[in-house]
Design a protein around this ligand. Structure first.
Ligand code: ADP
Ligand code: MG
Length: 678
């Protein structure tokens, strides 16, 4: 008797070739095969008498007569047959399946499923799937699961393989507690898995999807709750609120804070006063003014003799932050405590910085994640600010804690809007502040979709802007061409611009494969106005401020997510001149609804919701995060499901213990590493 952990090759009907194909998509054993869920279903479960057929997807039970095939012209073979039941007859037509006619046996009943439509002049069932009548039809006369067809694997082969291991589905161990199944009205894991592959009817399939989706969301939320609980129990440093200091800072600002900014800062102060570590995310579009919020949020800690660390994803950003924060703290005479710690510092400068940090003289330490995480003694660390980094998990936080001796408060800043539904699940236990209103006086960036044919006309318009002294970003989805010539690459675009339309302009190239010093040099040239055009990948995505840059061209725009494009266009029009963003489409085909949304909406949160609906969480968090979230069945738009799964996870935390469930433990342990920000 086979076991779930057995290799596929031992299954009847699975030979080496098929086993290899399955292995190539990551299916190595029987359990893996069972865990490969269908992508969608075709409902052929209702058998219709031929006399009552209507156009559309149909299933019949009939005998087949007069099957004949012939070439109607070179390269087009047509098989025609007649199928009859007690009520009537119908034509069947197949294209380019010359083996068909010989394979059909007369006088035996078949299930026949396919599209009933006009073909070759009359109504017929086109390219139907045909299967001898049996108790368990696989490919017809049922709700037929459609698997992702890839690497030469067909849905049919997978259906066949899954049906061979069907008896073993009953042996899947239950993952969820009994009490939870009962009180949330969920079917068991085996039953659900069976129904996912072999749905008996629609209700059965829905119950299965609800159960599996529920478990996905439940696990994510539970992992996030556990991370939070872990952090909460650690001692932190309460930081006292000093209203006088806050007032002084505000009066030194060259502008008035927006309401959202003020609320966010107040929340931070309240969080910091508590004995539990803060865990807050400030979200706002590029330019919404997150840096001021972070600087103001740090004041009390600095004044009370503690240290604050700000981690930026790149050295360029770290330098810009150091500059900004220095200026913001200057009126309070706190600017001397700002210390920059980045990879390109000379060994001597680095040593000096380390010294100042461990002596406590450097209180506001600004640098890149890598450099700061590396061997720095920050004894009096009260607050860590993380700019644009989704992967600062519990482990990194603990590493910092081990140096400081207590859990630091954490403030994350992000321009990536998290849709509400996702916030509820993955980031469920995170406190979020949104900066939704932009500081006044900034004109929104004008966005236009551009088809390839209009490129030259656009270029001559852009050149007039460059002539007036403005600058342009050109963003591409990849560094080097990667097989598909229709997808732009930074290197190709750079070469083309340099040799044709913009050969009289100063052009720079920036991408992630360059050395940090090289990147810095080019970026500094662009900031200084020594370059007119900067061709780059999304390395410029976050934070960089070049007020004179007014034009952005995004090449192969369809390769980007909406939230990402929205973030990109926030790079331009940050100074006194209005910005324009041109989204170049690779092909002349009509632009999708998705990209059109960018022309009409300037709300990053709205765009993120739309992206989530149309493309799933991967569009927002990148493919890595997407796979890792492991939501295969659950729809984030299903708020009822999400709400009850969140409730269940809370209930579990209160009255149960993960140690009682070994299956669930495995899954949660993995997820705890990725439900970051907690
Ligand atoms: P973010 O990090 O959210 O993209 P920044 O903090 O870099 O944005 O702020 C962008 C610009 O807006 C900065 O030049 C900053 O000085 C300015 N700014 C911030 N808050 C305000 C405000 N309330 N009114 C006017 N300008 C502001
Ligand atoms: Mg910023």
């Amino acid at each position: 008797m086979a076991k779930l952990s057995d290799e596929l090759i031992i299954i009847k009907g699975i030979g080496q070739v098929l086993a290899d194909k399955l292995a190539s998509i990551g299916i190595k054993d029987i359990a893996g095969l069972i865990d490969y869920y269908p992508r969608r279903y075709d409902d052929y479960s209702v058998l219709t008498p031929i006399a009552r057929l209507k156009p559309g997807a149909v299933s019949i039970r009939a005998e087949i007569k007069q099957a004949k095939g012939r070439y109607v012209r070179r390269g087009l073979h047509v098989t025609e047959a007649v199928a009859s039941d007690e009520t009537s007859s119908v034509r069947l037509v197949w294209f380019n399946q010359p083996y068909r006619a010989a394979a059909l046996k007369p006088g035996v009943p078949y299930y026949i499923s396919g599209q009933f439509e006009f073909g070759r002049g009359r109504l017929a069932i086109m390219n139907p799937t045909v299967e001898l009548v049996s108790e368990f039809p696989l490919n017809t006369a049922r709700i037929v699961p459609i698997y992702k067809e890839t690497k030469g694997l067909t849905s049919r082969q997978i259906r066949r393989a899954v049906s061979e291991v069907r008896p073993l589905i009953a042996e899947l161990p239950e993952t969820l507690p009994d009490w939870l199944l009962k009180s949330y009205d969920l079917i068991g894991r085996s039953e659900a898995t069976e129904a996912i592959h072999f749905p008996a009817n629609t209700a059965n399939l829905l119950a299965a999807r609800r159960r599996i989706g529920f478990e996905e969301v439940f696990s994510l939320v539970l992992a996030s709750l556990m991370n939070k609980a872990d952090v909460k129990d650690e001692p932190s440093l309460p930081v006292k609120f000093e209203p006088e200091l806050a007032r002084e800072f505000v009066s030194g600002l060259p502008f008035k804070l927006t309401d959202d900014q003020r609320v966010a800062v107040m929340r931070i102060y309240m969080d910091l006063e508590r004995p539990q570590p803060m865990n807050r995310l400030v979200e706002g579009d590029v330019g919404s003014g997150k840096t001021v919020v972070a600087a103001m949020g740090s004041l009390m800690a600095l004044a009370q003799g503690y240290q604050v660390v700000l981690m930026a994803p790149t050295e360029i950003l770290a330098r810009q932050h150091a500059d900004t924060i220095y200026k913001l703290l200057k009126p309070l005479k706190m600017a001397d405590s700002v210390s920059l710690l980045v990879g390109s510092l000379s060994p001597a400068a680095k040593a000096r910085a380390h010294q100042a940090i461990s002596s406590g003289q450097a209180a506001f330490i600004i640098g890149t994640h890598a450099v700061i995480a590396d061997a720095v003694d920050i004894h009096k660390l009260a607050l860590v600010i993380i700019d644009e980094q989704h992967r600062f998990g519990v482990n990194q936080r603990k590493a910092l804690m081990s140096k400081a001796g207590h859990m630091p408060h954490v403030l994350s800043l992000s321009a990536t809007p998290i849709p509400r539904s996702l916030a509820l699940t993955v980031f469920g236990e995170l406190d979020i502040s949104r900066l939704q209103t932009m500081p006044s006086g900034r004109a929104p960036v004008t966005t236009k979709l551009v088809v390839p044919g209009s490129r030259l006309r656009l270029y001559s318009k852009i050149d007039k802007e460059l002539e007036r002294g403005r600058q342009m970003f050109v963003v591409t989805p990849q560094i080097t061409e990667n097989g598909d010539p229709s997808v732009s690459s930074a290197e190709e675009v750079y070469k083309t611009l340099k040799s044709s339309s913009f050969k009289h302009r100063r052009i720079g190239l920036l991408h992630g494969r360059q050395k940090p010093s090289e990147k810095n040099r080019i970026m500094e040239q662009f900031v200084a106005g020594d370059l007119d055009i900067l061709v780059s990948t999304t390395v410029i995505e976050v934070g960089v401020d070049v007020p004179n840059a007014t034009i952005m061209v995004v090449e192969s725009a369809e390769r980007f997510g909406l939230a990402q494009l929205h973030q990109l266009r926030g790079r331009v029009g940050r100074g006194q001149y209005p910005g324009s963003c041109y989204l170049m489409l690779s092909k002349s085909s009509a632009p999708t609804q998705r990209l059109k949304a960018l022309e009409s909406s300037t709300d990053g949160f709205e765009l993120a919701e739309l992206d989530l609906k149309l493309r799933g969480p991967g569009a927002i968090y990148g493919t890595l995060q997407h796979g890792v979230l492991d939501l295969r069945i659950a729809e984030l738009s299903d708020t009822e499901l999400i709400r009850s799964a969140v409730r269940a996870a809370r209930e579990f935390m209160e009255k149960d213990n993960l140690l009682n469930y070994s299956q669930l433990t495995k899954r949660i342990t993995k997820l705890r590493l990725v439900t970051n920000l907690n």
